[in-house]
Design a binder for this molecule. Structure first.
Ligand code: DAH
Length: 373
């Protein structure tokens, strides 16, 4: 494009002032339309282009042939116009910001990515809820290995080798262990109770711990069983711990989890590592205790096992502790006593959320999991 410039009729001030005012107006109007980089570039060439730019033409036509006394005021107006043009080029428009970002690979005009914030798995969330109740009672948390030795999983918990109580907790044995003494043979732990032993060997009373974790059993999968599931164990050992403490603690925990209207009752039961042992039932949370299909019309639902720690367990712990300190007497049952309990996480989660098939927890089906978001 050949650029044209206004003709300057004379070099007196009113004449060139009028000519510069026209030019300044032009710049103002054009700079309002600089919405794209192309428009900016055209504008730059139009005014500042080295050969045909308007400023070059003005400088050639007006400045060079001006009489000496007019050069200074002319030059000042010329520089003002140049500044005005440069400022218009410096101020980036929203559109130019966008497009220059696009040049760097980010197009901020595209719709944003939808981020799906993660949520804890409902089983993890249930574990946290239970653990939180006990944290408020002053308990801390312990964890233990899933691959456990026969000693911790069975022997120290008063399941002697070949004892029939082991049949209820059949599990996967780690291969190639036959050469080892039976107490050292490895297996997938069948419950979280071995961490009771690990804790007491490591720590003198008072002990107040909860132990959440994964356990394994040779159980066929059905709507309420899975060969891999989760438990939360509890252990409290101190001076003068009684069965009343056990009842009060679990009654509080069940009310905290299922609501203050829930009642508990304790039924005699058997576990090798507690004496006496009990099964804890809670009043049915679905019918309030009047009887429904969920509670098999009994009004009660069995939820966990518990009992007073058997002195045989304290004896196994003491034997291990004495390998380190022969005088150890921290778990002398004449001086201390304790209670323990164990509950299934899946069962509690199923009750809390009305889930009827345990398999949903492991399916990874987003339609199931999204309901907990
Ligand atoms: N370990 C038992 C099981 O898996 C559950 C249990 C019952 C744990 C009574 C305890 C307890 O600590 O006192 O069947």
């Amino acid at each position: 494009m050949t650029e044209t410039i206004p003709q300057l009729t004379s070099y007196d001030a009113p004449a060139f002032e009028a000519a510069f005012a026209t030019l300044a107006d032009e710049v103002r109007q054009q700079s309002a339309a600089l919405t794209t980089p192309e428009a900016q570039e055209n504008f730059r060439l139009h005014w500042l282009g080295r050969k045909q730019g308007r400023l070059k033409l003005i400088s050639d036509a007006w400045l060079k042939s001006a009489p000496p006394e007019a050069r200074k005021p002319l030059g000042m107006r010329f520089n003002q116009l140049k500044q005005q043009i440069e400022q218009a080029l410096e101020a980036p428009t929203a559109a130019t910001a966008t497009t220059s970002a696009a040049v760097q690979g980010i197009d901020i005009t595209l719709p944003g990515l939808t981020r799906h914030p993660g949520i804890p798995h409902p089983l993890l969330e249930t574990m946290h809820e239970v653990v939180r109740v006990f944290h408020h009672l002053g308990y801390s948390t312990n964890l233990g290995p899933q691959v456990e030795s026969d000693f911790y999983n069975f022997e120290a918990l008063n399941f002697p080798p070949n004892h029939p109580a082991r049949d209820t907790q059949d599990t996967l044995q780690i291969a190639g262990q036959q050469a080892r003494p039976s107490r050292d043979r490895l297996l997938m732990r069948t419950h979280t109770s071995p961490v009771q032993i690990r804790t007491m060997i490591a720590q003198a009373p008072p002990v107040r711990i909860v132990i959440p974790g994964k356990v394994h059993r040779n159980d066929a999968a059905d709507a309420t069983h899975s060969p891999i599931f989760h438990q939360i164990e509890g252990l409290c050992v101190d001076t003068d711990i009684t069965f009343s403490d056990l009842k009060g603690t679990l009654d509080h925990a069940m009310k905290a989890l299922f609501g203050s209207a829930v009642k508990t009752r304790f039924f005699p039961s058997f576990f090798p590592f507690t004496e006496p042992s009990a099964d804890v039932q809670i009043s049915c949370i679905f019918c309030g205790g009047t009887g429904c299909r969920k509670c098999k019309h009994s009004g009660w639902i069995e939820l966990l096992g518990c009992g007073m720690v058997d002195p045989a367990v304290f004896a196994s712990v003491t034997e291990e502790r004495r390998k380190i300190n022969p005088d150890d007497d921290a778990y002398n049952p004449e001086k201390i006593s304790g209670f323990a309990f164990g509950m299934g996480v899946e069962r509690i989660a199923m009750m809390l959320h009305g889930v009827s098939d345990i398999g949903h927890f492991y399916s990874g089906d987003m339609r199931f999991l999204e309901q907990f978001a």
